[in-house]
Write a protein that binds this ligand. Structure first.
Ligand code: ZN
Length: 327
């Protein structure tokens, strides 16, 4: 029996070599190098096939005798090969949702927030809190080591959005040469990721959003940053995206990912130009991620999200309603 992991095909090798060549432009200072070989093989089973190649490019570090890799490098290998859990939502679930939720009816979703009591635990109950439409809500649950639902939120998104003006389209056109990759957190928060995108032609959702906001400000086109959830049933993912003000409506755009989804053949380019809004599958929650994080006993904890399309969207006055589990 052959070990498929040990013998990547020639096409895969070419894809990864090309990707790694481009990723060497990410400064090593920006990498966290916190993934061990054992974690890599458990969390990134496709990426681990190429650890030798990653190592050969110097994209690893030895700390106290332990060899460590950067998480985003391994995620990018998976993304470019089109495999692995981390890439399913972007290459399969999100484009499938965009094609499914069509105008004119609004798209309805049920979003589930999940979190677990972090190690090492504590006496007493866990108190989880999160900001929902309408203000802060809290829910108390029994202490449980395993991840469980904290809240369910019913969300409604318009499927029809105004067309973008020429001035916004021109700005989007300038991004057409940028390739979507995941970038290390430090690049956007310690170093200058806008300059990085311009220099290298590589960008993630946050860097591309900042660049579009900056270009808009320079040219008098109102573009704002948004943070929320990309609705890609069965999951929902934390996401940054830009929005353009058109006739008093902030229109969500996602030119970098739209282009990537067309290149991945997940969307038909005849129907999905980079100017078309994917707002039917985006739920704007805030300007920054920390505004909407799940807190456990007052401290932000990792949360995960699930989503499903519901046929009968809610009809609250704001278009968005919610209910908490157990209330
Ligand atoms: Zn707890």
């Amino acid at each position: 029996m052959t070990d498929e992991r040990a013998k990547p095909g020639a096409a895969d090798e070419h894809i990864v070599e090309e990707l790694l060549t481009r990723l060497t432009s990410v400064p090593n200072d920006a990498r966290s190098f916190d993934v061990t070989v054992e974690e890599a093989s458990r969390l990134y089973p496709v990426g681990v096939r190429f650890l030798d190649r990653v190592r050969a490019r110097g994209l690893c570090e030895e700390q106290e005798g332990t060899e460590l890799f950067e998480r985003t490098d391994l995620i990018n290998v998976e993304l470019f090969l089109g495999r692995g859990a981390a890439t399913m939502s972007l290459r399969r679930f999100w484009p499938a949702t965009l094609k499914r939720v069509q105008a004119p009816a609004p798209a309805g979703y049920l979003v589930e927030f999940r979190a677990a009591c972090p190690d090492p635990g504590h006496p007493g109950d866990c108190e989880y809190s999160l900001v929902l439409p309408g203000g802060r809500q809290q829910v108390r649950v029994e202490r449980s080591a395993s991840e469980r639902p904290i809240a369910h939120v019913r969300v409604e998104c318009p499927t029809e959005w105004p067309d973008l003006p020429e001035s916004a389209r021109e700005i989007i056109d300038e991004l057409c040469g940028v390739t979507f990759v995941r970038l290390p957190w430090k690049l956007g928060h310690v170093l200058d990721d806008i300059a990085f995108v311009r220099r290298t032609g590589l960008g993630d959702c946050e860097a591309a959003t900042k660049l579009l906001v900056k270009c808009g400000a320079e040219r008098g086109v109102p573009i704002r940053q948004s943070f929320g959830l990309m609705l890609a049933p069965p999951f929902a993912l934390k996401h940054y995206w830009p929005e353009v003000l058109v006739d008093d409506v902030w229109v969500p755009i996602e030119p970098l990912l739209m282009k990537a989804m067309v290149e991945w053949r997940a969307l038909d380019p005849a129907q999905w130009a980079p100017y078309r809004s994917p707002g039917a599958a985006l739920w704007r929650r805030a300007v920054e991620w920390w505004d909407v994080s799940v807190r456990h006993n007052g401290k932000v904890v990792e949360a995960s999200y699930r989503a499903e399309v519901v046929p009968d969207p809610s009809c609250g006055p704001s278009g968005q309603t919610h209910r908490l589990v157990g209330q």
